[in-house]
Design a protein around this ligand. Sequence first.
Ligand SMILES: Cc1cc2nc3c(=O)[nH]c(=O)nc-3n(C[C@H](O)[C@H](O)[C@H](O)COP(=O)(O)OP(=O)(O)OC[C@H]3O[C@@H](n4cnc5c(N)ncnc54)[C@H](O)[C@@H]3O)c2cc1C
Length: 385
Amino acid sequence: MRTQVAIIGAGPAGLLLSHLLTRGGVDSVVLETRSQEYVASRIRAGLLEQSSVDLLTSVGLGDRLRAEGHEHRGIYLNWPGERHHLDFVDLTGRTVWVYGQTEVQKDLVAAGTADARYEVTEVTLHDVETDRPFVSYLDRDGNPQRLDADVIAGCDGSFGPSRHAVPSESFERVYPYSWLGILAEVAPSTDELIYAWHPNGFALHSMRSPTVSRLYLQVPNGTDPASWSDDRVWQELATRLGQGQDGWKLTPGPITDKSVLPMRSYVQTPMRHGNLFLAGDAAHIVPPTGAKGLNLAIADVTLLAGALVARFKSNDTTLADSYSDDALRRVWRCTHFSWWMTTMLHTSGDPFDAQLQLSQLKWVTSSTAGATGLAENYAGLPIGF
Ligand SMILES: Cc1cc2nc3c(=O)[nH]c(=O)nc-3n(C[C@H](O)[C@H](O)[C@H](O)COP(=O)(O)OP(=O)(O)OC[C@H]3O[C@@H](n4cnc5c(N)ncnc54)[C@H](O)[C@@H]3O)c2cc1C
């Protein structure tokens, strides 16, 4: 089998890249180890930046997002005794949208633009530094296959093989805490996300829809989700999120999913080796505090699709040659912002750190300059930044 772009991974990066290439008249085939149903049901990111929404809308993927997603003007920052709203529209003229990664994934599948092969195994990249790279794999029936391509796009997340095929330098920060995340069948107790600093640890009240809430608690690394009963989860969330402050109350409900997510920052450079290009989690991981993971994947493949369409349609390699540098400029900005939000809000037990964090929170919520910096990064810089 031959195609112009062999895409490894049918997560949001891989499927969106295929969609953008199809629109630009470039052929691609997507290889994915998991089943289509498994990929579509993974509970992950839930917040889209303005640039992601604009991009998805401009390429025909915005109808359901705009009908069923929820536009938020900003976020709340909370610490014991105080809650402040940062209004991104007033500060930057930009908004964010609550729309789950599962929904983005469904929209990409429904678009029907990707030629995706699911449940393949033993995916191996070959000759990526030559003009004739190829991928070998076993199809879902176990038959050996070979996919020849001009270019391979590694969109296979943090556990896929693509990143290992790039001789690279990596930068990493492992945080000494994790998130215990729950999904609950209950209406959110807030109109917009609440990020809470508390001496017991960070908490976040997010949501997926008017009837489904998503909430998180900072927990020590290695925490077993089963060691947290539902009652204990709700009680701790209420404490950290400020139950009783100005009469605010957290409404508990049935928990349908409980998991622990370790926190890590990771960047691998460069994002290209020969004719292999990396995009999304294959090249970088951010802790979810800044809601950047999915948005970075969307930004990467938008740049990559433009570069590959120019290369195949106009024989112009300028954008492909600058792809790694162009993408990394935004990746490092988002990596810094995610690290900054994480370290401002997660407690370490050190009283000096706690005072610095509270000082930072008070500045961000009382200074227009401080608030604008947070708002500009949270609502998202333009994709070409
Ligand atoms: C548990 C969890 C919770 C998260 N929560 C948030 C959040 O709240 N907010 C946020 O912004 N971000 C969050 N993220 C990050 C966000 O989901 C990712 O940044 C986003 O999924 C990146 O998309 P991607 O397509 O690059 O990678 P992925 O979504 O990981 O997709 C990669 C795909 O490649 C496939 N693959 C792997 N190996 C192979 C192989 N050998 N061959 C073929 N295919 C392969 C995988 O099965 C997968 O489908 C979370 C991530 C995780 C893991």
